[in-house]
Design a protein around this ligand. Structure first.
Ligand SMILES: Nc1ncnc2c1ncn2[C@@H]1O[C@H](COP(=O)(O)OP(=O)(O)OP(=O)(O)O)[C@@H](O)[C@H]1O
Length: 412
């Protein structure tokens, strides 16, 4: 691959923001005035140093993405991923460093990015086409494909302000990919609001686009990152903590999350995770680090508003690619139990843990047994790590046993 195939290049890029709105506005006025008078240079001391209230949202970012490559950007909330994408797309400019983009850039960074809410979907596609310098006929030639891919045939003449967030993303993605034929495609987490079917179509489209383009993808789903990316940048506090192989980056990220979250709690406000009669739940692993062959002790604190008979519990572990590698189920272990009314503690241990070295994510689901129509009552998740005794991992998920299982009421 020659230098011509490098479509994205960032060299020592840094961006600072100010936490205080008033100061931020004042600094903005001062910087603009300075720009007008002489132009602030990269070595300008106000550019490279922080003033009161400022912080680095991105610092010293250097990387390249070539044609045919997909870079995944991962990191916790506020790590600086979106800020970097905005600089790559030219929405904001770096305070320090240089960004070079080659070819046409298609980006989906915010919901409905670039769409005029009062115009219909169709009108927005034409507006986007004319911004790209396309004739009406050229846009018309691609409109059918855009509408088809977005699955919005019945809504293409509806104003975009009446679209759901998923519909906005559908049109945004289709326009960015099919209308623009981008050389560089930049995608933020927004795809997450699309339904599973549309997301799968998007990932297929991204794979086919990659033969001729470079893709930069931000996602909190390690499954999506593992599926699409062939290199990864792990961001923390605006810097690349690690840059390189996907599996190494995902594992490092999961390890950091595991240290942060040994347990997980959900309250009744989290309607997706919790259903009547459970009003709050906390799931705690006794230790987030377990030896190969050891046991994983799990403590669940539940508050239920009613007796919940015929309950069933699943504890599933997933590897870095989000493939299930172990599934423990109370029913398979011959355990019948019911949730009591009020506060209670459920203790159980999963063993033996035949998982090789690495970081795993887990999910815990309690549902009503055999009722598929109301399957989930609580669902929670976090991470744990297995140490020592690396052994080959069976490709099929395995079903461990329970050493003990106990439900006891707790007085509050
Ligand atoms: N316009 C702005 N003014 C001030 N601070 C900002 C601005 N935009 C972003 N920030 C801050 O910069 C930091 C990085 O934000 P950014 O949106 O890049 O994080 P992120 O990694 O994309 O997070 P998430 O995963 O939650 O989307 C955060 O502390 C955020 O509050």
């Amino acid at each position: 691959m020659s230098d011509k195939d490098i479509l994205v290049r960032a060299e020592n890029v840094s961006k600072k923001f100010c936490r205080d709105l008033k100061k931020s506005l004042w600094y903005g006025v001062k910087d603009s005035a300075k720009d007008l008078v002489g132009g602030a240079s990269i070595s300008d001391s106000t550019s490279v140093s922080l003033r009161e209230g400022e912080f680095w949202a991105n610092q010293g970012i250097t990387f390249e993405v070539k044609r045919g490559q997909c870079l995944g950007l991962i990191g916790g909330n506020g790590a600086g991923k979106t800020t970097l994408l905005k600089m790559l797309n030219g929405l904001i400019k770096p305070d320090v460093g240089v960004i070079q983009m080659r070819g046409r850039v298609g980006a989906l960074i915010a919901l409905g990015a670039g769409f005029n809410p009062v115009l219909t979907g169709r009108e927005n596609v034409y507006v986007n086409g004319s911004i790209l310098g396309m004739s009406k006929r050229e846009t018309s030639n691609r409109l059918d494909e855009i509408v088809e891919f977005a699955g919005l045939r019945d809504f293409i003449d509806t104003p975009v302000k009446n679209y759901s967030s998923g519909m906005q993303v559908r049109l945004g993605f289709s326009t960015a990919v099919i209308l623009m034929h981008p050389d560089v495609l930049i995608l933020d987490e927004v795809l997450a609001v699309g339904d599973v079917g549309f997301r799968n179509r998007c990932y297929k489209k991204i794979s086919s686009l990659m033969s001729n383009a470079a893709v930069i993808l931000v996602s909190h789903s390690m499954e999506n990152i593992s599926q699409c990316a062939n290199s990864v940048g792990v961001m923390q506090k605006g810097r690349f903590e690690l840059f390189g192989e996907v599996s190494v980056g995902v594992e490092a990220y999961n390890r950091a999350v595991a240290q942060d979250h040994q347990g997980c709690s959900v309250s009744s406000k989290d309607a997706k995770s919790l259903q009547y009669p459970v009003s709050s739940a906390e799931v705690i692993l006794e230790s987030s680090v377990v030896e190969y062959g050891g046991e994983l002790k799990v403590r669940v604190l539940l508050n239920t508003q009613d007796v919940f008979a015929g309950a069933e519990m699943f504890f599933t572990a997933f590897d870095v690619s989000q493939r299930p590698v172990m599934c423990w189920s109370s029913t398979r272990n011959g355990i019948e139990f019911e949730l009591l009314e009020g506060t209670q503690e459920i203790l159980f241990s999963v063993e033996p843990l035949h998982l090789h070295d690495g970081v795993y994510s887990w999910s815990l689901v309690i549902g009503r047994r055999k009722t598929i129509d109301r399957p989930v009552s609580i669902s929670a998740g976090g991470n744990f790590e297995v140490l020592s005794g690396a052994r080959p991992l069976n490709s099929a998920p395995y079903l461990p046993l329970a050493k003990c299982f106990k439900v006891s009421p707790l007085s509050v």
